[in-house]
Design a protein around this ligand. Sequence first.
Ligand code: BTN
Length: 261
Amino acid sequence: MLDLKIINSNLKTNSIGKAILQFDEIDSTNNYLKNLKLNEAIDGLVVQSEFQTNGHGRFNRVWNSNKGENLLFSVLLKNNFSQSITLIPLLTSLAVANAIDIIANTNTECKWPNDVILNNKKICGILIENCKIDFDEFIIIGIGVNVNQIIFPDEIENKATSILKEIGKIVSRENLLSEILNFLELYLIKLQKSEAVNLIDEWKNKSTMFNKIISVNLFDQVLNGKAIEINQNGSLVFETLDGKRETLISGEVTLHSYYQR
Ligand code: BTN
């Protein structure tokens, strides 16, 4: 189990992580939050587990993670974001990327819409879901970071990595968790204060997908072309190889030097 005292001593937040529920094993931290009763649904509540029996990701993929080696957690937020909600994927990946860089002295990259990459491999996956508890609307930010796992299943071995694998040092999961929560709250406050433009610029500076040929998987088709811009709402402006511009709100980017989890 993570040491709550260490986490609390590093937290600088007002609401995120002020309440943390810890589990040894759970089906999925996202699912746990979806099933809360309204009187349990505290804004900023974090659920963290050492293992998930039904961890899942975007496109209904499974999220596998060895017990006790990584970070698996979800943050519950009251949905009072109106339109700016579409920027939450970007700001979450930026928060995780910056937190990893500070704790592990790395140079992570963000990949649209919300992956974090280190040395061309995926180190963090983010699953954002909306949910209603009674009549109140919430956002669940589910985050899986590969921290101290060395062995990965064969099918993702060449696409996934961990901090330990890349830097050769064990990293304190408590320090990393608090740093992620600190950044997350900071960015959410910026979003509320309409500082979205700065956040998008910061995200773009942490992304290497511009000015090169990439593929975007759109469920039913794959587009090849160039990433041109990130719009104010977080959508991706994309130019296909035959010069057509498309605005994408969802999808999965493959940079050709990258492996995709
Ligand atoms: C993805 O890359 O597709 C997203 C993966 C998200 C995994 C995290 S782990 C904690 C939380 N609980 C889940 O079941 N999923 C998210």
